[in-house]
Each structure stands twice: as C-alpha cells, then as structure tokens.
Write a protein that binds this ligand. Structure first.
Ligand code: FAD
Length: 418
C-alpha cells in the first residue's frame, strides 16, 4: 500500500479521469477532480484510440461501453486527388486489441460514468490560482476562494495547463505546429445512400494543399466527421490571437468554395461522395494545431503533469488519449511501491515515459508533414511515395517499429532503475 492517501487532480479530461480511475482501482489513494469548465464540454471532434490505449481501457473496465459508442472500422483508404486508391492500411497494425474512433464527448461520458460509479468526486467551475507546498502537503487555491490540500497534485489540465504555468514549468509555452484544420461532424442522415456506402473506416484524400479526411465516428454510423488539414503560416501582424480569429472567419466563410476547388479533379463515386459531404455541411470549425516543445519539466515537489499538460503533441498520430492513459497506468504502478519517496516516483515516471512520448511526438510531427503544400510535381512524388509505402507495408507487413508502438504494453515496463 502506498504511504500517500490523497491526490488533487486538476482537469477532468481523459488524462484526469483515467488517472483518478486507475489510482482508485490499484492504490489506496483517493482522488478528487477539479474541472475548469462549468460542465463537460461538447467541443471537439473524434479521437482515435489504437490498440495500446484500448487494452488499457479494457483494464479500466470501460472498453465495452466505449465500443458500444465508437466506431471500430480500422481500415484506412488513402486516395489520390483524382479519387484513385493509392493504398490501404489497417490501423490495428498487427496488434491484438483493435482500434476505435470515438467522439471526444462520448469518451468523456463513459469515463465520467465510471468515475461516478467509483465515487470519485468531480467539482466544476474550478479555476486554480495558486499552488503552495508545505512540509508534507500541497495546497491548491481556487478563484472562488476555496482550497484543498493533499499529498499529491496532478496537473491533467491540457496543453494550456495552469499547473504547469503556475508552478511546474512556467517557461514552457505551446508552439504552433505549422498545420491548421477545419473540421465538423455531420449527421449521416443528410447524405444519400450512395455517399453513406462510401463512408467506411478512415478515408484520406491527398491534395496539393493538404489532406481531406472523412470517417464515421459512431458505432451506429449516425454521424460522420470530416476535416481538411493543411500548412498555414502563423499570423504575422499584430496580436496572434486576433490574427487567428480573422483567419478562422475567412476559412469558415469560404470553406465550400475552397473544398470544391481542391477536390474538383476527384472522379467516381468517391469524388461524388466528397462533394455531397461538403454541400450538406452547414458550417465548420477552424483550429490551428499547437503542441508543447519537447524537453520541458514534468514535475516539481509534490506536483506532476500528466497527459497533454506535460507533452501535448499534434493529433496526427492519433495517440493523445492513449499517451495520457499510459501515463495514468505508469503513475499508478509506481505509486504502489510503498518504500519510494514521491520525488523518486516522479523521476522514474519521467525516465520511463519520456523516450516513449518523444517517439510518438516525432511520429505525429512526421504525419503532420504529409499536409504540407506542394506543387503539381510535388503531389505526384508524394502520391508515389505513399503508394510505395502502403504497398510495402501491405506486402511485407507493418514496420517493426509501428507494430511495436501499438503492441506496447505500459504495464510490461521494467520499473527498476538500470
Ligand atoms: C475541447 C477539446 C477538444 C479536443 N478535440 C480533439 C479532437 O477533436 N481530436 C483530438 O485528437 N484531440 C482533441 N483534443 C485533445 C485530446 O482530448 C487530448 O490530446 C487527449 O485527450 C489528452 O487528454 P488530456 O486530458 O491530457 O487533455 P485535454 O483533453 O485537453 O483535457 C484537459 C481538461 O482540463 C481542463 N482544464 C484546462 N485548464 C484547466 C484549469 N486551469 N483548471 C481545471 N481544469 C482545466 C479542460 O477543460 C479539460 O477538461 C481536444 C481537447 C479539448 C480540451
């Protein structure tokens, strides 16, 4: 049994909920979660959960509930701008625990229901404004004047983490990845039967200006998420936030015209389906993709950053949720060692998790680069390279490193120091 009895968790996203659930399941540490928003957010699109994350969801006891909501079709079809198929890839990648695409709000619903069953309290409307450490406790103060003290404080509060800014590593700032997206979720009922028939698994189309993706995100196929991600320069004049707002307005206003222009050469049933998707979409959201530079501090005193608060990466490896869940499991394992001081637990956490996170971060950045703008000949070269790559992995199997990434089990990591 751990000598620690309580943890304050800041942030009620996937990292905060998974960490609270795992600590409650496997240690005697009781958790309470403090969430900034007034209620669970409906923002966000769909997130991927590959095998390495899904097997942990199994152990959290939420796998079946997740699969009942999300879509587990795992084949990705990659097409050229003209609609011809360049190749296929199975997102299960030779691992054994499947693949799931689920709306972020559905994922949160399932995790929150599990937290409620486990009697983990979640307090909403809580903005942390101060963190103070005493001899054997850390105290969090919130903007409404309330405080809480515990043995441990976990910053699970996402890329713009207050725990990081207030205490753990104030100098670490998110940076723009160079890629921005428009995306939306539309009801499948707005599409014709022939367009719906095209909507299986993940469909990627490579264009000169970026990548178009369309996929069902519910088990029932009721909703389709589509998005277009591309290289967009950082606004240069004036305030960056204002610059993004102006850019977002332009993208949202002109999305139909732009998408039709980019997809004008797409032929066949797929081309018709994409045009129909765009025509039936009332509006889209625009978001520039930010990440945290590698190398920041993850812990200080009794505080540890978990999930995106520590290591937000681009979404292009589909590993954000799974990395947060792996963090949760690793932390819970390390805290089971009753003889270990908290500083040693956090240090070991950092030593074990950092190489794995760095690897995934680089995969996400490389996948993001596929969205870079090219000329007509660049597009031909890019399509050829993708075709050869997908043919190679289809014929000779996925690369050992990719299979390893998905087969990876965080619970098999050796906890002993080398
Ligand atoms: C609104 C939203 C939409 C997203 N949409 C997508 C998507 O479409 N696709 C994708 O791949 N990834 C998306 N992500 C990112 C994805 O959810 C994360 O990469 C992944 O789930 C890791 O989870 P996390 O809990 O570490 O961070 P997050 O999911 O960012 O969760 C952090 C939580 O902390 C809360 N919080 C923030 N600041 C504070 C504070 N000061 N005090 C208390 N609570 C705080 C937030 O409200 C949120 O609930 C989204 C994240 C958010 C917040």
């Amino acid at each position: 049994m751990s000598e620690f009895s309580g943890a304050i968790i800041i942030g009620g996203g996937p990292a905060g909920l998974a960490t609270a659930l795992r600590l409650q399941q496997t240690t005697n540490i009781s958790c309470r979660i403090y969430e900034l928003r007034a209620e669970p957010t409906t923002l966000g699109g769909a997130v991927g959960i590959p095998s390495n994350g899904l097997r942990l969801m199994h152990r959290l006891g939420v796998h079946d509930a997740l699969c009942a909501k999300g879509n587990s079709e795992s084949e990705m079809i990659v097409r050229a701008a003209q609609g011809s198929i360049l190749g296929r890839r199975d997102m299960v990648g030779g691992a054994t625990d499947g693949y799931l695409r689920i709306k972020r709000i559905d994922l949160l619903d399932v995790l929150m229901e599990a937290a409620e069953e486990a009697k983990i309290p979640i307090y909403y409307n809580k903005r942390i404004v101060q963190i103070e450490e005493g001899k054997d406790k850390v105290t969090a103060t919130f903007s409404d004047g309330t405080t809480d003290a515990a043995d441990i404080l976990l910053g699970c509060d996402g890329i713009h983490s207050s725990v990081r800014k207030l205490y753990v590593d104030p100098l670490q700032e998110p940076e723009y990845s160079g890629v921005a997206s428009i995306f939306t979720i539309i009801p499948a009922s707005s599409l014709s039967a022939s367009a719906i028939a095209q909507m299986k698994g993940i469909n990627a189309t490579i264009t000169q200006e970026g990548m178009f993706l369309a996929m069902p995100c519910m088990a029932t196929h009721e909703e389709i998420m589509w998005g277009f991600s591309q290289e967009v320069p950082l606004p240069t004049s004036g305030d960056i936030r204002d610059g993004w707002e102006v850019h977002a307005k332009e993208e949202v206003k002109g999305f139909k015209e732009k998408m039709h222009r980019l997809l004008q050469d797409a032929r066949g049933e797929w081309g018709a389906a994409m045009r129909e998707i765009i025509d039936t979409t009332p509006t889209v959201k625009f978001y520039p993709i930010y990440r945290l530079p590698l190398g920041g501090s993850w812990y200080k005193g009794r505080c540890l950053l978990v999930g995106d608060a520590a290591h937000a990466m681009q979404p292009h490896a589909g590993q954000g949720v799974s990395m947060a869940t792996e963090d949760a499991f690793m932390l819970a394992r390390l805290l089971q060692d009753e003889g270990k001081a908290l500083g040693d637990v956090f240090q070991r956490f950092d030593e074990i998790r950092r190489p794995r996170i760095t690897e995934m971060y680089k995969v996400a950045a490389r996948n993001g680069d596929l969205r870079q703008r090219t000329g007509p000949w660049g597009l031909v070269a890019k399509q050829l390279a993708i075709k050869l790559y997908l043919w190679g992995s289809g014929t000779f199997g996925q690369s050992a490193s990719r299979m390893g990434d998905l087969a990876y089990d965080v619970e098999e990591e050796d906890l002993e120091e080398l």
